[in-house]
Design a protein around this ligand. Structure first.
Ligand code: MG
Length: 367
């Protein structure tokens, strides 16, 4: 039987989340679930042991409770001790040890590792270094190793369990990985298929993801109203009608941000039945929307608005609108685009009965 030991007992402190990075969300579950799923879905494994710290044990047990293949193993104070506990708890003949923080491991990598163990007694995922490597001392490249013949070593690292366990029983102190224990007490391990795509999620940036959002708005034109677009008051005989200042540009943009963050539309957050928002400055509402999405971990990357208006000529006001929006979104001026077009006298825009705006925003989720 082939088994897996997935290490999840570390803290992952370099990501700076203040909790185990493996319990951070990724792809509808947690990083750890995605890693375990890669092993499970390969159909190659008869057991998957997950080493966890005492601190995370309750949460991890709740995640995998009742899972037919997963067994929780208490981790030790070091990776080496955690893996030793896993090797003792395992019933497998061949065991693959894998970092819980490498969720992108593929079936091809797992198969190659297992094949290597069967043929050579060991298989350590690695790929040729693309960059020059150096050993640093006091901020200096004390020894430039080059890249020829150098490999980046990853996991999975596969072995016959009894052989690796015997090596681990002899090991004292903490080793960086299984290959180093095997190399010291058995022999030089065989390299198997690795890939840069099988990366280890380490830093906060590794957990970023992007979302787009779309928004649309339209307002009627009426005489006796101010025309406010993108927070800029444009002198004109008519203005847009609405409960607030009816800033169609900002309204479309707010819906793009809320929608991108998976939230309800501005009607839910700023109902036009609420007297609080009578003649409200929409730029202030946008500020509130930026705060709401920011609370959920979203930062605006860029925004783009297409405004449909037959008249007046708006070109002279565009850059001021962009400046207003860039300020509130906390992005550079160049990351806010506004295009204006007429409707060629077609439809309600062409008849100058109203204006419309479409907005798109890109959001980066950082935690
Ligand atoms: Mg509106």
């Amino acid at each position: 039987m082939i088994g897996a030991i997935v290490t999840a007992a570390g803290r992952g402190s370099r990501a700076g989340f203040g909790e185990n990075k493996l319990l951070r969300p990724l792809g509808g579950g947690t990083v750890l679930e995605k890693t375990v799923a890669a092993f499970e879905e390969s159909g190659l494994f008869g057991e998957i042991l997950v080493t966890v710290s005492a601190e995370d044990e309750t949460r991890v047990r709740a995640i995998f409770g009742g899972h037919p293949l997963v067994k929780i193993v208490p981790g030790g104070p070091t990776r080496t001790k955690s893996v030793l506990n896993g090797l003792r708890a395992s019933a497998a003949d061949i065991v693959l040890v894998h970092d819980g923080a490498r969720p992108y491991v593929t079936r091809a990598i797992l198969e190659d590792c297992i094949g290597s163990v069967k043929k050579y007694g060991s298989g350590v995922a690695a790929y040729p270094a693309a960059d020059t490597l150096a050993r640093a001392e006091d901020g200096r490249a004390a020894e430039v190793l080059g890249k020829d013949g150098l490999y980046v070593v990853q996991t999975p690292q596969g072995f016959y369990r009894r052989e690796l366990l015997a090596a681990y029983e002899k090991a004292r102190g903490d080793y960086p990985d299984e290959s180093s224990v095997y190399a010291e007490f058995v022999s030089a391990p065989r390299l198997s298929l690795g890939s840069p795509a099988n990366r280890k999620l380490t830093y906060r940036e590794d957990f970023e993801s992007f979302r787009t959002g779309n928004g649309y708005d339209t307002h009627r034109l009426e005489t006796g109203r101010r025309l406010v677009l993108g927070g800029v008051e444009v002198p004109y005989e008519k203005g847009l009608a609405g409960h607030s200042d009816a800033d169609v540009v900002v309204h479309a943009l707010m819906d793009a941000l809320l929608s991108g963050a998976g939230l309800r539309d501005i009607g839910c957050y700023f109902p036009d039945t609420d007297p609080k928002y009578k003649d409200a400055d929409s730029v202030n509402l946008l500020r509130e929307v930026v705060r709401i999405v920011g609370e959920r971990g979203y930062k605006v990357e860029n925004a783009s608005v297409a405004l449909l208006a037959e008249r007046p000529k708006l070109a002279p006001y565009i850059d001021r609108m962009r400046e207003n929006l860039a300020n509130v979104l906390a992005v550079p001026f160049s990351d806010v685009g506004i295009s204006v077009t007429t409707a060629e006298k077609l439809g309600f825009v062409g008849r100058e009965e109203g204006m419309a705006a479409y907005a798109t925003a890109l959001l980066k989720k950082t935690f």
